[in-house]
Design a protein around this ligand. Sequence first.
Ligand code: TPP
Ligand code: MG
Length: 600
Amino acid sequence: MSVADERPSYRGGEIIIDYLIRERVSHLFGVCGHGILGLLDAAYDRRDEINTITTHDERVAGLMADAYYRVARRPAATYTSCGPGSANLVMAVASAFQDSSAFLAITGNVPTSQFNRGPFQETGRYFQGDFASVMRPYVKRSYQAFRPEMLPLTMRQAFALMLSGRPGPVHVDVPLNVFAEQTSEPPPPTQDWVRDGATRGAGDPRAIAAAAALLRGAHRPLIVAGNGALLARCQPELAELSALLGIPVATSPLGKGSVNERAALSLGPTGRNGSFPANAAAREADVLLALGTRFDDRATSSWIPGMTYSIPPTRLIHVDIDPQELGRNYQPTVAVLGDAAAVLRQLAAELAASAPAIRKHTAPWAAQVTRWKEEWERFLTPLRESDAAPIQPARLVAELERALPGNAIVLADVGLHHNWLLQQLRVGGAVQLLQAWGFASMGFGVAGALGAKFAAPHRPVVAVCGDGGFLMHANAVATAVQYDLPVVWIIWNNRGYGAIYNQQAGFFGADRELATRFRNMSDGSAYTADLAAMARAMGASGQSVDKPADLASEIAAALASGRPTVLDVPVDDSTPAPSTGSWDLPPLLAPPPSFTGSPS
Ligand SMILES: Cc1ncc(C[n+]2csc(CCOP(=O)(O)OP(=O)(O)O)c2C)c(N)n1
Ligand SMILES: [Mg+2]
């Protein structure tokens, strides 16, 4: 007998499941199929250590995994079968990728012995078992393990890459036979060095000194914090530097929540549906300290000079952990490659001695920014207090804010309702807002709510969803019932794909509506499914809330009920969302902001 024969041997599926458990992955989300049965069988043996959750749609599983990471800050894994099952997952993988959220997507494939024969569900007309090509644009990397002895290396590389630097989803494709075949290759070691922060370094000292010099000389400095700030968990450092130097803080739309929006110098998000003070301060700033933001079109009013930003003449200090993002859209005066929290600590140390002088000469700017904030609040207050029925969008947001417990997780789905939440929901303290920004996948809120609840079972979870996105992913309610997940969905029911209807009307004319409103085609009347009844049919609670004054108490009651609950809320669809920036889609020209404040 050879030495190799005496070593313990493991099935491919066992190696994967054992490794996930050792990396502290607590959940597998997915849908079965013959191609993934070998993995499920290995998960069966370890079912006390890792929870295998079955959903009714692979997109739902993927969006759950995305939201799970944003809350737990540990990745989950998904399991899907070859062909349509994994093809269905792609949208969720892409969504996580664009927002730097992480999960491990494990896809089954056809047996290697059937490669190139065009077997059942093979993506193989141009290359054998080629699902990796489908995933490639949407993952940090796609791995394929053709033999079980490839799995230990694959798994540890996949895990390290997924979590290093800027996080993102990673794909591991495994042919059916590889789950079942054995290898005596030793199991892989866990990647603790990544968790310990080895890939989240501080900035180069020369760049930090140059950034500090710019800030020292600034009269109208502004910090803009992006998703990179959320990922770096630098809320304390951010608040500290802002207070130390008297610098106001805006966020990118996806960075919302990186600073308490109730703090005095906090301005809210930039962009078309951002706040007025954020856009006004961003375009007037002389030095901008940008933390982990990529200046995408929707965050910057499509880069139109002077609309959200004026870079140049504004001088930009661009901090990012991903070198690809530095200088992508605006030329930085100083670029700093590094983790936002570490860089903020470096800047605070460098600038501590000059802080009183900086605060003094930025005081007039801080006063101006405060006047912009007050003007914006004066504009919003009557909207928030409207008693009109059906409920006005701003009133819905205000009632939600009133009902939210301090540690709630709020998810926005994608559409008009997202724009209103982004602009008007004040996220502060421990309240967390999750949103799909870069890919803007409808269903993120509907399904993500389940992932958030798995990640934080003791925190209240509320998703605000459009009627369109909800109907598209309503099967998530059944999964919540099955697993006893008491999440609350508020359906912002405007009987149509509101966000797109508005664009259609704005760009092409209100009399040219086609395929953006829900109608009974027989008489043209508005259509909605009875979404509350649908929820009840799946075993959840469901009810319609028509009166604005009832909304906060109904949300609170739903949260207290401990049951998955759908609140269907008819919302006025004729009030346009105020815009304080713009978004153009060439050759269609950007509409001007509807709120510009009074001349200063
Ligand atoms: C999966 C997916 N399909 C299509 C779109 C394009 N899209 C963006 S918003 C929107 C309308 C959403 O309608 P609804 O969920 O009712 O929200 P509303 O805008 O009415 O608030 C559509 C179709 C998308 N972002 N995601
Ligand atoms: Mg709608």
